[in-house]
Design a protein around this ligand. Structure first.
Ligand code: TRP
Length: 453
């Protein structure tokens, strides 16, 4: 009986525990580090608008699909896809979707951990007063000196991976759940305080204008793809992380409600982060398109000059690291669940294996910022390539496949039963989005990028 099936890994202890874990997975570096810098690189307002549309029309319906597939399959992505295909009597090749997810998770985490390492190093820099009274040039130099050192980056990357492995070892509902309960609200309060600081800067409105006034001439095929990729990345969908979290979801919890709440929280955090960063960028004569270092080259200026900045600086980077940790455990969970469920590993061994592989791959990104910065493939460093291939290609392809599967392959009664929507019309709308709009949008954006459109 599929209805009473439970995941071999246990279940979330309550509704709010799942909301917290899903928000923890969604909110992370993607919102606070990546959203501002790619918005800056892609010209602001129009990019933000495309991103918001992608979240609402593609992201939310796909996240619902991924969660319901996970809850029905109750296992790691590969086993889940195998059991769902068997149930729908579909082509067995669908389990490659599960594989792609496991690989995407590890590749993303390999560079995610390097950046989370930067945030960890900045906790220490904040603590020792490195930002005190520092101007834009000093803060920029501090960052440049830091990333020039492979040894320092390796140290912090290693520390972050060890922390991730240690949490993963504890299992789905120990420790992490409790930490998230206070982490998310505190992060939110701190962001609001920083918005308060941004309001006092001379270029506050210029920052808002940059973020919210669309200039469509700035949109290219690639920036639309990047915005779509960011919607997937930020929600954490398209690779099976949501699928495994869905596998631990008790039957009685409403998928739709949870997904909507999580998506709104995720989007609000990203927008707040933009509202904080861009006024600081313009007020200090910095460039919005200065790349992955953007938040590290701007926020310290704020902490160095605001009242209480020493304490807020420490708190901010600590919370950023914790938010990154609650995402990193989601990124590695598909691989870990697969090792446990199909290879008979215990949690400890599984997290050690998956974590070590990820850690090693991370060195490609570490060297991208210093020793190998001149080594480029298709004009991109290894870090940029990893980011592009995972966020802009693997996640949208994974999302496309999830939409196709949930909308066209899965037995209709099953998705209806999992979603359990209050009225038939809502279910129809979901079907429409998942069967036609989401896959068509992904497909068209790809055509545009390869130049067919
Ligand atoms: N969403 C997280 C962030 O914004 C990162 C993340 C967690 C993720 N799980 C994921 C990204 C799955 C892609 C796929 O920081």
């Amino acid at each position: 009986m599929t209805d009473t099936k439970k995941s071999p890994q246990g279940e979330w202890s309550s509704h709010s525990a799942f909301i917290m874990a899903a928000t923890g997975s969604a909110v992370g570096l993607g919102n606070i580090w990546k959203f501002p810098y790619i918005t800056g690189e892609n010209g602001g307002g129009a990019f933000v608008l495309v991103y918001l549309l992608c979240v609402a029309l593609i992201g939310i319906p796909i996240m619902m699909s991924e969660t319901l597939m996970g809850r029905r399959g109750r296992h790691n992505p590969v086993t889940t896809m195998e059991s769902l295909t068997a149930e729908a009597k579909a082509d067995e090749h669908w389990h490659y979707l599960g594989w792609m997810g496991i690989i995407a998770g590890i590749l993303i985490l390999s560079y995610y951990s390097v950046i989370a390492g930067w945030a960890s190093a900045y906790v220490l820099k904040a603590f020792t007063g490195s930002f005190f009274d520092a101007d834009a040039a000093a803060v920029k130099q501090l960052f440049a000196d830091f990333i020039a050192s492979p040894v320092q980056l390796a140290f912090w990357h290693t520390a972050f991976m060890l922390a991730t492995m240690w949490i993963v070892k504890q299992g789905v509902n120990n420790g992490l759940e409790k930490a998230l309960r206070w982490l998310m609200p505190s992060l939110f309060v701190l962001l609001i305080l920083l918005v308060g600081y941004a309001m006092t800067t001379p270029s506050y409105f210029q920052g808002l204008h940059f973020l919210f006034t669309p200039d469509f001439s700035k949109l290219t095929g690639n920036s639309i793809l990047t915005a779509m990729g960011q919607a997937f990345f930020s929600l954490g969908i398209g690779m099976g992380a949501v699928m495994v979290y869905g596998a631990y979801l008790p039957k009685k919890i409403s998928i739709t409600e949870t997904v909507v709440v999580v998506s709104i929280a995720d989007t609000v955090v990203a927008l707040l982060s933009g509202i904080i960063i861009f006024p600081i960028v313009f007020s200090n004569g910095l460039q919005p398109d200065s790349g992955p270092g953007l938040i590290f080259e701007t926020l310290p200026i704020a902490f160095g000059s605001m009242i209480g900045g020493w304490l807020f600086g420490i708190l901010f980077f600590v919370m950023l690291v914790l938010a990154a940790l609650s995402s990193s455990v989601a990124l590695i969970e598909p691989a870990v669940a697969w090792l446990i469920e199909t290879r008979g590993f215990n949690r400890e061994k599984a997290s050690l294996y998956a974590g070590s592989v990820t850690w090693l791959i991370g060195f490609a990104s570490i060297f991208s910022f210093n020793s190998w910065s001149g080594f480029k493939i298709f004009g991109q460093t290894l870090f940029e390539l990893l980011d592009y291939v995972t966020a802009n290609l693997m996640l949208p392809i994974g999302g496309f496949a999830i939409a196709m599967f949930a909308g066209r392959i899965m037995v209709r009664g099953h998705s209806e039963q999992e979603l359990d929507l209050p009225n038939p019309l809502t279910y129809q709308i979901w079907q429409l989005l998942i069967k036609y709009l989401a896959p068509a949008a992904v497909f068209l954006v790809f055509l545009d990028v390869v130049g067919v459109l």
